[in-house]
Ligand binder design. Structure first.
Ligand code: SF4
Length: 178
């Protein structure tokens, strides 16, 4: 694979901070799924979140099929917490350009994981079948059982539990290539 070509695509779309990871090194665990099921207010309300996603076992197999994943680091600090939804929506839509460009450059397996839950639409029916933007919707790593904390720390990236909205967010999008 021509890594430099993919790296150019990522940079051309405004992302300078990314590192490469193999799918076998992605920590896929049961605990993120349990956190989705018990305690998350959007459980069952997003078409790209549990329970509208594959099992943890299937997710593990999915990541194992990729040897090259670009983990893209996105920082965000918003003065108004209400702005987070729109920031996520715009960022995720922009990130989709990477998947399209990678695909068109000869990588049929190219697949993007959003840096946050899908917020493309104001109202979400909460399942795959009735999704209003099937061609745009993608899951985030957490929805596929990824322990993002331990996964990105393997790469030396920062990530902490945030305790208030004044702290900077460190979000991560995965561009799955080969
Ligand atoms: S694209 Fe819209 S309808 Fe589909 S999962 Fe995302 S928010 Fe829900």
């Amino acid at each position: 694979m021509d890594i430099s070509k993919i790296e150019s695509i990522i940079r051309e779309n405004g992302y300078e901070d990314f590192r490469w990871l193999s799918g076998v090194d992605v920590a896929v665990c049961q605990w993120p799924r349990f956190k989705c099921m018990f305690g998350c207010s959007t459980y069952g309300k997003k078409g790209t979140c549990p329970p509208s996603v594959p099992s943890i076992e299937e997710c593990r197999k999915f990541f194992n099929e990729y040897e090259q994943i670009a983990v893209i680091h996105i920082r965000g600090k918003l003065d108004n917490p209400e702005d987070r939804k729109e920031w996520s929506r715009k960022t995720n839509i922009n990130l989709l350009k990477l998947e399209k460009a990678a695909f068109l450059s000869g990588h049929p397996k190219a697949f993007l994981l959003f840096m946050d839950e899908c917020r493309i639409c104001d109202e979400c029916p909460g399942n795959r079948i009735e999704c209003k933007n099937l061609h745009l919707s993608r899951p985030c790593p957490e929805a596929l059982g990824v322990d993002v904390f331990s996964t990105v720390r393997k790469l030396g990236y920062p990530i902490e539990v945030l305790t208030d909205y004044q702290q900077e967010m460190n979000r991560y999008s995965f561009l799955m290539i080969e």
